[in-house]
Design a binder for this molecule. Sequence first.
Ligand code: MG
Ligand code: MG
Length: 249
Amino acid sequence: MIARKTPSEIERMRRAGRVVAETLRELAAAVRPGVTTAELNAIAEREIRARGAIPSFKGYRGFPGSICTSLNGEIVHGIPGRRRVRKGDLVKLDCGAIVDGFHGDAAVTIPAGDPGPEATALIDATRRALAAGIAEARPGRRLGDLGAAVQAVAESAGFSVVLEYVGHGIGRALHEEPPVPNHGVRGKGMRLEEGLVLAIEPMVNAGGAETRLLADGWTVVTADGSLSAHFEHTVAVTSEGPLILTDGG
Ligand code: MG
Ligand code: MG
């Protein structure tokens, strides 16, 4: 079932989104060579709780962290731990927070110093793919339009979109209907309606699209070991167009 949100529910979701945006800003500032992913997790826990919110991911299906921290060829769902970030690493930070019963969910890719030309191009393409997807989040467009827009940006830059992991509806639950793929065919798929709130989250690999799940049961990596980037926003479909709830505004 698809839960459409009222304008007042979307306002409440914006408060959750603001907590996520502010927490990600603090985390991005803390990314540097030598920091451990557990230290980043502690910052997230502190920043989310300081705002009266609850980390969405903590305990979600048993996930041990308050955020996901995924490095380099790890795509998503990396578990924070003792590992230290090294110079040039790509650090993907995925953060969710609950305020007043509603979730916000967003992710960024932050390089620890200069990651080199390929990684810089990958980050840029993934950010642009997210923007292209968000631009399609309007009443009357279809999920296929959104996925096709994301995919076109990533592939025209020479990269691959991950197929097995997708965005999602979001609201009182972290993951709601519908799934929001990062690939698609224009004119196909569910028609978007006012009040739908979507977590749009392109995962883009420098190499092939194939993924592998590590033995920890969480961490998803590129099958070929290539770099991966991830950006995500929680976006409401409104009559005035896409409303980004996790941009801090
Ligand atoms: Mg997320
Ligand atoms: Mg998400």
